[in-house]
Design a protein around this ligand. Structure first.
Ligand code: NAP
Length: 294
């Protein structure tokens, strides 16, 4: 049973729109309960025009920390007192800590993705990677694949100029963060159906909206026959648990991994900033899986 909410309770939460289907509240509350922490995690639906007020409200009400999701991850940066180097590099914040009256922004999506890969036994070091999509998730994943030592990273998108902008901006911010002598692997942009780049990839990561919601049943890959034997396919979409991309990749004999692990690990990494220790991933996994199955 959950403990009583009282004067000692601390509030955590999520700012986004929509938030009603988010798995974060059940995942974090299950972890609080298992660790005997009398805290609460509340999802707040925040319209874009209300974001500045919501951020001021976090301070006024003493909310201890929040996660941030679509569509606020980028817009929230200028509203914070401090943004860490990693979040600046990605250009997005998904975790905020309220410390001594200051709001500090972090990004744990990229680390969450790398932890999920590791958990699945996949090492990106030396890999030729293709990232499908050029939105916020693609930014976090492409930058962290480079930081993890990928040998070649291609960002492929329906709208080519967005992929080109992503590559140019991340190249500039990686150089600014790491210094001019930092060795960047080949980092290129292309269209979604770039057959040669996909055929050459060891790791293909879907960061488009294809496969979820209204686009369930659609795949970002024009032809699963383009996957080379041994290539690993990671789909950041986790609802449905098995997207058409994952089904086709499996049928072609490739390792196929769904996006729930990234969600769990970005949440567990947020605990490091909130509480100084990693969240209990096995409990968070179980709670997220159960909620997804409902
Ligand atoms: P976003 O910034 O809105 O980017 C959306 C991307 O999807 C863009 O590249 C867009 O291409 C592409 N896209 C949308 N509709 C398309 C269509 N009909 N055909 C082809 N491409 C299409 O969103 P995001 O935050 O990066 O999220 C992207 C995906 O990652 C979502 O599926 C989300 O669920 C997932 N995600 C998962 C986690 C996790 O923890 N597992 C975390 C974050 C995100 P254009 O540029 O051409 O519009």
């Amino acid at each position: 049973m959950r403990g009583q909410v009282g004067g000692q309770s601390r509030l955590y939460g999520l700012l986004g729109r929509p938030v009603s289907h988010s798995l974060s509240p059940v995942m974090h509350e299950a972890a609080f309960l298992a660790q005997g922490m009398n805290y609460r995690y509340q999802a707040f639906q925040v319209e874009p025009e209300a974001l500045p007020m919501a951020v001021t409200g976090l301070k006024a009400l003493g909310v201890a920390g929040v996660n941030v999701t679509i569509p606020h991850k980028e817009a929230i940066l200028p509203l914070l007192d401090e943004v860490t180097e990693n979040a600046r590099l990605v250009g997005a914040v998904n975790t905020i800590v309220h410390r001594n009256g200051r709001l500090i922004g972090y990004n744990t999506d990229g680390w969450g993705f790398l932890c999920a890969l590791e958990e699945a036994g996949v090492r990106p070091t030396g890999a030729r990677a293709v990232v499908l999509g050029a939105g916020g998730a693609a930014r976090a994943i492409a930058s962290h694949l480079i930081l993890a030592g990928a040998a070649h990273v291609a960002v492929l998108n329906r709208t080519l100029d967005k992929a080109e902008r992503l590559v140019a901006e991340l190249t500039a911010s990686l150089r600014a963060a790491k210094g001019p002598s930092y060795h960047l692997p080949p980092f290129v942009a292309g269209r979604l159906a770039s057959e040669a780049l996909i055929r050459g990839a060891d790791l293909v990561v879907n960061c488009t909206a294809l496969g979820m919601g209204e686009l369930a049943g659609e795949s970002p890959l024009a032809d699963s026959g383009w996957l080379r034997p041994g290539a690993v396919v990671y789909d950041t979409v986790y609802r449905p648990a098995e997207t058409r991309l994952l089904q086709e990749a499996k049928a072609a004999g490739n390792q196929a991994i769904g996006g729930l692990g990234m969600l769990v690990h970005q949440g567990a990494c947020a605990w490091e900033y909130w509480f100084g220790r990693r969240g209990p991933t096995s409990i968070m996994w179980a709670a997220a899986k159960a909620a997804l199955a409902e």
